[in-house]
Design a binder for this molecule. Structure first.
Ligand code: PHE
Ligand code: CA
Ligand code: ZN
Ligand code: ZN
Ligand code: ZN
Length: 282
């Protein structure tokens, strides 16, 4: 399984920061900063052969957009889907929330294209709009038949928190194990994510009966002494003290170590689930 080049992930984050700076400081859904973010990701994917689609939807009187990208190098079903939200809050550039997941997914997608392994599953990526208004993009996608044929959905929302924790969604035991096995192999202890339910784009998939998993490095929660002992960082401080704030910027508000480990974990999970003859988790 590939080692994702974290320098490429941070280069994408730097671009997302520049996009926010050039568009009034944010990449909020249905703004110019969001459109520019979507065009950046879409351009990279189109250049390596993905079939991309912009799915527009209306919410609160504005037109929002999801970006869906299908890899053409495998079977047409069943589908392993990976996603994260591309929009920020209006208050800031959204580098950790969720430039981090967006950039990690983009680099994993580009790596899949360059490696072009034989696949047992169809692979689809999504970058959601309007998560910050209540998971509107992922909800719209699922309500309009998007979950059909999706065997597993993996969500990545905040994977580079500056005072990072290593949390694995516990919604599905087999998908949880795919991630915890990877982190065990690099000697990083994880904790199950218990507070994520209903708080990100995996929720509509889970409600539709799709198995879901994902990773999270923490938001406004405070790191304990025991967590600082095993993960490093600062006890008594938030995992991301710039959560939903103007200071959620590149490079100050991202842990390159967390971004590297989580990007590699995403690739490991994708390879485990969709490459070669590994049977699906049951
Ligand atoms: N969805 C939250 C946000 O974008 C972040 C979050 C993700 C919180 C996962 C908890 C678990 O603000
Ligand atoms: Ca790496
Ligand atoms: Zn958020
Ligand atoms: Zn988020
Ligand atoms: Zn959940």
């Amino acid at each position: 399984t590939p080692d994702i080049a974290v320098n490429n992930v941070t280069a994408h984050l730097n671009q997302l920061q520049s996009i926010a700076t050039a568009n009034g400081g944010s990449r909020a859904s249905a703004t110019a900063g969001y459109t520019a973010s979507l065009n950046y990701v879409k351009g990279k994917l189109d250049a390596v052969g993905y079939t991309t689609r912009i799915q527009n939807f209306t919410y609160n009187g504005a037109t929002h957009a999801n970006l869906i990208a299908d890899w053409t190098g495998g079977p047409s079903s069943p589908t392993v889907m990976l996603g994260g939200h591309l929009d920020s809050v209006a208050a800031g550039p959204g580098v950790n929330d969720n430039g981090s997941g967006s950039a990690a997914l983009l680099e994993v997608a580009l790596t899949l294209a360059s490696r072009n392994p034989t696949l047992t599953k169809h692979v689809r990526f999504a970058w959601w709009g309007a998560e910050e208004q209540g998971m509107r993009g992922s909800t719209y996608y699922v309500q309009n038949g998007g979950a059909a044929g999706v065997e597993s959905y993996l969500n990545f929302d905040m994977v580079g928190s500056p005072n990072a924790g290593y949390f694995v969604y516990q919604d599905d035991a087999a998908l949880q194990k795919v991630f915890t096995d990877y982190f065990t192999s690099i000697n990083v202890q994880t904790e199950p994510e218990t507070g994520a339910d209903g708080r990100s784009d995996h929720a509509p998939f889970k409600n539709a009966g799709v198995r879901v998993g994902g990773l999270f490095t923490g938001a406004e929660g405070v790191k304990s002494a025991a967590q600082a002992q095993k993960w490093g960082g600062t006890a008594g401080q938030a995992y991301d003290s710039c959560y939903h704030s103007s200071c959620d910027r590149y490079p100050a508000n991202v842990s390159t170590t967390a971004l590297d480990r989580n990007s590699d974990a995403i690739a490991a999970a994708l390879w485990k689930l969709a490459v070669g003859d590994t049977p699906p988790p049951v």
